[in-house]
Write a protein that binds this ligand. Structure first.
Ligand SMILES: *Cc1c(COP(=O)(O)O)cnc(C)c1O
Length: 410
């Protein structure tokens, strides 16, 4: 038997049927028409946003990193729930604008922006977080050709990283941002070239659960922004502090204490250097806002035994929910929280089962030797934490199965 991660504390059941947004999963599947199905509960997202607002000092703005989940109906709701979107491609720019986000509240980071993506962003009036001096020069030339004043911020590769972060984005050589030692000079350069300089974007890592690590990173980020501002001799209109707020996926992981983070940030901001007095501070979050709100529902097609090991074979797999198979950003395969969604809360069997997807590859293991209530073909498996880096971050074309269905409930 192997343990699994904690089921997010938002879910209830009625007569053994898992409820999402107050609705039983059998009726949700009926409404959608089939499995596999991603269901996103807007109520959970709203609760996360409210918790963020209550915890963070007034004036700190909340941006949604839309690569976590770009499902159009969800994006449309995120427009009014958050203060802006962070995008990372021309495709995301189209989706953000179509969802109704104001261009002036969109910022565009990401290495390898093509000329036509820069052009679309400048034309729309989106802030570009510059990743290099070369990108700055291309953006300035395109803006001149368009006769537009580009909104440009400098993405800084900080000289520190977020401790305990699942994905390190700063500290040492990186493809992201301009090294801290050259970021001030680049800001001066774009200002001298006549751009509308929007400030600094400093993102040091993702998926941190340790409040103290985030607090230290935010302090270091604000100190770095102040140092760079002194070099430029100008107040950055905006300082994007990055994000990195994680959620517990695996056994033993505990939720981030964001109230502690907020209290420390309030103190850090109160005592910030004078050159940042008029700056606006932003935090950009993806998974913390939407990750726990999503459930991937997949139906058991077969139950079989091989050499004493029981397998539940489902109609979904890593082509929809790659992360649960341990092949997206983790080194060791550990179990996501899973449940039998139509026997929710029933007594677990003492025989461990392994849940595998329908793909013809041994990588397609969604849960390894977990204890679940007795389940058979036709029952539905729920894989939690499917709201971020699920459908859009999985290789859905692999093996020619159908794309998953998605729905938003509230
Ligand atoms: C991916 C990304 C995020 C979101 O990360 P989460 O861990 O989902 O919160 C935020 N900012 C930048 C620059 C990113 O690349």
């Amino acid at each position: 038997m192997k343990p699994m991660g904690p089921i997010p504390p938002f879910f209830d059941s009625e007569d053994g049927m898992l409820l999402i947004g107050g609705c039983g999963i059998a009726s949700l599947i009926e409404e959608a028409g089939d499995t596999p199905l991603f269901v996103y509960d807007l109520g959970i997202i709203k609760a996360q946003v409210a918790r963020f607002r209550a915890a963070m000092p007034a004036g700190v703005t909340l941006h949604y990193a839309m690569k976590a989940n770009p499902y159009a109906p969800l994006l449309e709701r995120m427009v009014s729930l958050t203060d802006g979107f962070d995008i990372a491609s021309g495709g995301e720019l189209d989706m953000a604008l179509r969802a109704g986000m104001q261009p002036s509240h969109i910022s565009f980071a990401g290495p390898g922006k093509r000329d036509r993506e820069l052009e679309a962003a400048i034309f729309a009036g989106v802030t570009i977080n510059l990743e290099s001096e070369g990108e700055a020069d291309r953006a300035l030339a395109i803006a001149q050709r368009l006769g537009k004043t580009p909104r440009l911020a400098i993405r800084v590769n900080p000289d520190f990283d977020l401790r305990g972060s699942g994905m390190r984005m700063g500290g040492g050589a990186k493809p992201f941002g301009v090294d801290a030692g050259r970021a001030g000079a680049l800001a001066s350069h774009v200002i001298a070239a006549g751009a509308d300089w929007r400030g600094f974007h400093i993102f040091a890592g993702s998926q941190a659960l340790d409040a103290d690590a985030i607090i230290d990173t935010q302090r270091a980020t604000i100190a770095l922004a102040a140092r760079l501002a002194e070099e430029v001799n100008a107040t950055p209109p905006r300082v994007n502090l990055g994000g990195g707020f994680g959620i517990p996926y695996f056994p033993g992981e505990v939720p981030l204490d964001i109230e502690k983070v907020g209290a420390a940030l309030a103190e850090t901001l109160e005592n910030r250097p004078a050159i940042l007095k008029d700056s606006i501070f932003a935090i950009e979050l993806g998974r913390w806002l939407v990750g726990e709100a999503g459930v991937y529902l997949t139906r058991i097609v077969d139950r079989k035994v091989s050499q004493g090991e029981t397998y539940l074979v489902v109609d979904g797999g890593l082509h929809h929910q790659l992360a649960a198979s341990g092949n997206f950003g983790t080194v060791v395969k550990r179990n996501y929280p899973v449940a039998i969604a139509n026997r929710f809360g029933a007594k677990p069997s003492t025989d461990p089962v392994t849940i595998v997807g329908c793909l013809c590859t041994p990588l397609d293991r969604l849960a390894d030797k977990v204890l679940l209530p007795e389940a058979k073909a036709g029952d539905v498996v729920a894989i939690f934490l499917a709201g971020a880096y699920g459908a859009s971050a999985s290789p859905s074309a692999f093996l020619g199965h159908h794309a998953p269905l998605e729905m938003l409930v509230e």
